[in-house]
Design a protein around this ligand. Structure first.
Ligand SMILES: *[C@@H]1O[C@H](CO)[C@@H](O)[C@H](O)[C@H]1NC(C)=O
Ligand SMILES: *[C@@H]1O[C@H](CO)[C@@H](O)[C@H](O)[C@H]1NC(C)=O
Ligand SMILES: *[C@@H]1O[C@H](CO)[C@@H](O)[C@H](O)[C@H]1NC(C)=O
Ligand SMILES: *[C@@H]1O[C@H](CO)[C@@H](O)[C@H](O)[C@H]1NC(C)=O
Ligand SMILES: *[C@@H]1O[C@H](CO)[C@@H](O)[C@H](O)[C@H]1NC(C)=O
Ligand SMILES: *[C@@H]1O[C@H](CO)[C@@H](O)[C@H](O)[C@H]1NC(C)=O
Ligand SMILES: *[C@@H]1O[C@H](CO)[C@@H](O)[C@H](O)[C@H]1NC(C)=O
Ligand SMILES: *[C@@H]1O[C@H](CO)[C@@H](O)[C@H](O)[C@H]1NC(C)=O
Ligand SMILES: *[C@@H]1O[C@H](CO)[C@@H](O)[C@H](O)[C@H]1NC(C)=O
Length: 402
């Protein structure tokens, strides 16, 4: 009798858990990344050049979860988001405090600014504030090419689309928060984005290639523009997300900034939607050679496009048919990502497959190079992008539910 009652109570509890606790993919994937101890600097080790972006990008995903859902409990998440943010910020902040040292890392380092700012707001920690100031100063001594474009990393005169995702939103949020009198920032931001647009724009597809070498000496550099030859989905994903995320925080700046961002976003979204694979709705690793031997649908860049397109439509930056096209393409791709790349593990965690490791211009930058880089399981570039895409898809679902 006792056991029967206990079983009944347990059954009721689990039924109630199931009905009250419908953990969406966004929170579920975030839990899984945190349970794998990813997106922090492990104790006793120092960050590799690629760690900064993994930490910063995943922190942005967590901040979006907090913005939309408030608390983990509200979506039955099993990890404590604020604890994760604090711990990951504490793990990376000590490596950001030397401004000269900062410039030896890729521009990606600036993505950690969101976590620092969040911690500073919550706890007023001096390390967070010092980290923010050091990162900001490091932009002023970042090497530039002859046109004034920031180098992405240690390669002389090369600028990559990728760097904009970390640079621009950081520069804007830092300036509006701590340095509103610096009126050069608006034009600097437009200049950086526009140099990349001008040099990397591919007339045949209206997409942007990965980067350019202002000195035109790289083996891959176009003799007129210095552009690299290949449109890589993830680097363009960073750039499209940059336009949307920057527009979202552009209101404190002169209107020419939001006008510029809006114009580029509308143009680029149209080209990105046209490049979507008709079968899956998603995007190829090398975007302009669908179905070519070796090419494949890539899961991080695709999730970034889903995120950017849905967010742009939600915030009204895409309107009318442009918004409905964006939603239709992104939703189709999102479903494909869930069916194809999301892995449900026996221990209740989610995995994410099909994310290309890294593509660098310190290479031949040829088609064969881009399609032969290894694919990773559970790369944070993929999982953090999937969390962000899921939040947007869940918001869209909620808004159309009734
Ligand atoms: C967050 O980290 C800061 C800096 O180490 C610390 O002072 C604060 O107590 C931490 N807060 C929580 C809730 O862990
Ligand atoms: C900051 O980094 C630079 C370059 O790595 C190094 O030369 C310098 O000694 C460091 N400064 C401090 C105070 O550690
Ligand atoms: C980078 O550009 C500068 C200025 O145009 C030039 O002096 C330098 O030689 C370039 N470096 C390389 C490696 O091409
Ligand atoms: C203001 O911003 C511009 C553009 O980023 C930068 O070149 C300049 O050094 C900044 N001024 C200060 C005082 O930080
Ligand atoms: C692309 O089109 C622009 C504007 O029509 C033109 O100025 C530029 O030379 C073209 N670029 C290439 C690489 O053909
Ligand atoms: C839709 O996008 C195109 C460019 O792709 C633009 O010319 C048009 O103005 C946009 N429509 C609206 C309603 O914004
Ligand atoms: C759950 O299982 C997956 C797949 O075997 C593994 O990669 C992951 O580390 C496990 N997570 C935990 C917290 O044990
Ligand atoms: C990830 O995808 C590759 C290639 O399709 C496959 O071989 C591998 O088993 C997948 N990994 C998981 C954990 O599903
Ligand atoms: C959106 O709603 C559809 C229909 O109810 C459901 O199948 C899908 O899983 C939902 N997607 C998300 C991201 O919640």
């Amino acid at each position: 009798m006792y056991f029967k009652t206990l079983n009944l109570i347990l059954a009721l509890i689990s039924v109630e858990n199931v009905s009250a606790c419908n953990r969406p993919y966004s929170a579920w994937m975030a839990d899984s990344v945190i349970s794998r101890d990813q997106a922090t600097v492990p104790e006793g080790s120092s960050p590799s050049p690629s760690t900064y972006l993994q930490v910063g990008f995943f922190q942005s995903a967590i901040l979006r979860l907090i913005d939309h859902y408030g608390t983990p409990e509200s979506v039955c998440a099993q990890s404590n988001w604020e604890d994760y943010l604090n711990a990951s910020t504490n793990s990376i902040a000590p490596y950001l405090l030397n401004t000269t040292q900062d410039t030896s890392y890729p521009l990606d380092r600036l993505s950690t600014g969101n976590g620092l700012l969040h911690q500073y707001d919550a706890f007023k920690t001096t390390t967070a504030l010092e980290g923010l100031k050091s990162l900001r100063k490091s932009i002023n001594i970042q090497p530039k090419n002859s046109l004034g474009g920031y180098w992405y990393y240690k390669y002389p005169n090369w600028s990559y689309l990728d760097g904009m995702y970390s640079l621009v939103p950081f520069l804007l949020s830092y300036t509006s928060r701590f340095d509103p009198s610096n009126s050069s920032v608006t034009d600097d931001v437009i200049h950086q984005l526009d140099l990349l647009w001008d040099h990397c724009h591919q007339n045949s597809s209206n997409l942007l290639v990965h980067g350019y070498d202002a000195s035109k000496t790289a083996v891959w550099a176009n003799s007129i523009t210095g552009a690299s030859p290949i449109v890589w989905d993830r680097s363009l994903g960073w750039y499209l997300m940059t336009l949307v995320d920057s527009l979202e925080i552009s209101s404190a700046f002169p209107a020419r900034l939001s006008k510029y961002l809006q114009r580029r976003l509308t143009q680029l979204s149209e080209a990105v939607i046209s490049a979507a694979d008709p079968k899956t709705g998603c995007w190829w690793q090398v975007m302009t050679y669908p179905e070519r031997k070796g090419n494949y649908i890539e899961s991080s860049g695709s999730a970034m496009f889903v995120t950017a397109l849905l967010r742009a439509a939600r915030l009204g930056y895409l309107t009318g048919e442009n918004a409905s096209d964006a939603r239709a393409t992104a939703t189709k791709c999102y479903n494909h990502l869930v069916e194809t790349f999301v892995v449900k593990n026996a221990n209740g965690t989610l995995g994410y497959n099909g994310t290309v490791s890294v593509c660098s211009l310190d290479s031949s930058a040829s088609y064969d190079y881009y399609v032969s880089q290894p694919l990773l399981y559970n790369s944070v570039h993929g999982t953090a992008a999937f969390v962000q895409a899921s939040i947007e898809q869940e918001m869209l679902n909620d808004s159309t539910a009734n």
